[in-house]
Design a protein around this ligand. Structure first.
Ligand code: SF4
Length: 474
């Protein structure tokens, strides 16, 4: 497996209502969202009576061909690309999930992670529910189907009231599409218009590809019923403190997207400018770690007056897995992905700009590669503070003990990665650079989580004691 040491984005979702090319536009939308998940891809489409599903493992281009798209007729569709955040990777966990229940066929695509899924699942299983996957997302459908409310919309709202955590959600039936975002707004979800119809996507880069116009974000806590070309928004959930994931701007999202209503490109440049102000150093050249460090390096270069050069070239054609020779001693995993440009690096004092350090192992290898290419000094600059805690809201993070920021001081990290100096952007400067810092979650940098967490001890206690009190699903 490629030893690439980054937090991993969770999922990307896309939906469209009442469009004759629904499945094909969804397919294109998923192409644009491929960076948000590369382990599986799926689309469910709807005609007036039925749902049609096509899902598979791999990239969007691997999963869908003409024959599979032909198998997705109808006027509306939802799509999903996925990494494994909760539950193992595998076709059973691929989304959208599609079920037939007493309410008829329903499909769901979920981006995020629920913090009380284990408790809810246990309670549901005690009451006879049978789960087909190990993902959090199936909990929504079980709760929805058990609600005694008259409509699917009201039943979904019942389910959402029992759920805590992060969700941007698309629910499709033959009659309508429902769109929802959790009250904290952890994960993004945007609304667009194409050919007079509504379209929804995790990031606006998906709209650009299909010539849709960005309208606005789905608001935190908002639930929208979409029928044909009409949208009925409502706010049935208790208000939460806004906690939009700041890492979407630091690293996850594409720089050509608007996320949470603001340009990712602009945020990253401002992060770079702030970094240059907080951690100036005498050097010859600014080099980004591609691709996510590029915009910040531009900002650093502009503020510092140092020239920007692409001293590392990324190989974009490396697959998801890379098999190293058994007797590997030369960091093939990193080298196959990043190659140094010696004439840029040789004999020069390099400012290396990256977005984050997770375990430190990849940063160490990159510093080694640059040093081997002849750099005389390497000054690593990071556009976020040290990561000190895991994410419970849909980002794949190592355990706290594996996060180098939680176990070592900045000086110890500098020593570990082999840099001459190391500078992390401060929390205050990061929040300021992305605009209104009040609206963001930054829990993995502070250990101050915006929701109650399901402590592992509590879950274990519930597991060990069948009589223990659990949250009622409805
Ligand atoms: S904990 Fe970190 S990665 Fe997770 S939602 Fe908050 S800012 Fe984003």
């Amino acid at each position: 497996m490629m030893p690439w040491d980054k937090l991993r984005e969770e999922c990307g979702i896309f939906g469209i209502s009442a469009h004759p090319e629904a499945a094909r536009l969804t397919y294109l939308g998923l192409y644009a969202l491929q960076h948000r998940g590369q382990e599986s891809a799926g689309i469910v489409s709807a005609d007036d009576q039925r749902l049609f599903v096509q899902r598979g493992m791999g990239y969007v281009a691997d999963v869908f061909d003409e024959r599979r798209l032909e198998g997705l007729p109808g006027h509306s569709a939802i799509g999903h690309v996925r990494y494994s955040t909760s539950g193992e990777s595998g076709l059973a966990n691929a989304q959208p999930i599609q079920i037939d229940c007493w309410r008829g066929p329903i499909a769901l695509a979920h981006n995020g992670n629920l913090v009380n899924a284990a408790q809810l699942r246990r309670e549901l299983e005690r009451n006879g529910a049978i789960f087909h996957s190990t993902t959090d997302s199936e909990v929504f459908l079980h709760l929805l189907c058990r609600s005694r409310r008259r409509t699917v919309l009201d039943s979904l709202i019942d389910a959402l009231r029992a759920i805590r955590g992060a969700y941007s959600l698309l629910v499709l039936t033959p009659q309508f599409l429902i769109v929802a975002r959790d009250p904290h707004g952890f994960r993004p979800l945007c609304i667009g218009r194409v050919d007079g119809r509504y379209v929804f996507a995790s990031e606006t880069c998906a709209f650009d590809l299909i010539d849709a116009q960005y309208v606005r974000d789905v608001e935190p806590g908002e639930v929208i019923l979409v029928e044909d070309d009409t949208m009925e928004p409502r706010f049935p959930l208790s208000k939460g403190k806004p906690a939009q994931c700041i890492f979407e701007h630091v690293y996850f999202s594409r720089p050509d997207s608007l996320v949470f209503g603001q340009s990712v490109n602009r945020s990253r440049r401002r992060l770079g400018v702030s970094l240059a102000r907080e951690h100036a150093v005498e050097a010859d050249v600014v080099v980004p770690v591609p691709d996510s460090g590029v915009q910040a390096a531009i900002g650093y270069s502009q503020e510092s007056g140092l020239p920007l050069e692409f001293g590392l070239i990324r190989n974009h054609y490396v697959g998801r897995t890379f098999i190293e020779p058994r007797q590997s001693i030369r960091n093939f995993g990193v080298k196959v992905k990043l190659n140094p440009v010696r004439e840029i690096l040789k004999g020069r004092r390099v400012v290396l700009v990256d977005d984050s350090i997770v375990r430190g192992t990849t940063s160490r290898k990159i510093v080694h590669i640059i040093r081997s290419a002849g750099a005389s000094e390497i000054h690593v600059r990071i556009t976020s503070p040290p990561i000190v805690g895991p994410c419970y809201y849909g980002i794949d993070t190592p355990t706290r003990g594996e996060l180098i920021g939680s176990t070592k001081t900045v000086e110890e990290i500098r020593h570990f990665i082999g840099a001459d100096t190391l500078g992390y952007l401060s929390l205050g400067a990061m929040l300021k650079a992305v605009g209104n810092g009040e609206r963001f979650c930054s829990a993995c940098f502070t250990n101050e989580y915006p929701t109650l967490l399901e402590k592992e001890e509590k879950q274990k206690e519930l597991f060990d004691d069948p009589g223990a009190e659990a949250i009622s699903p409805i």
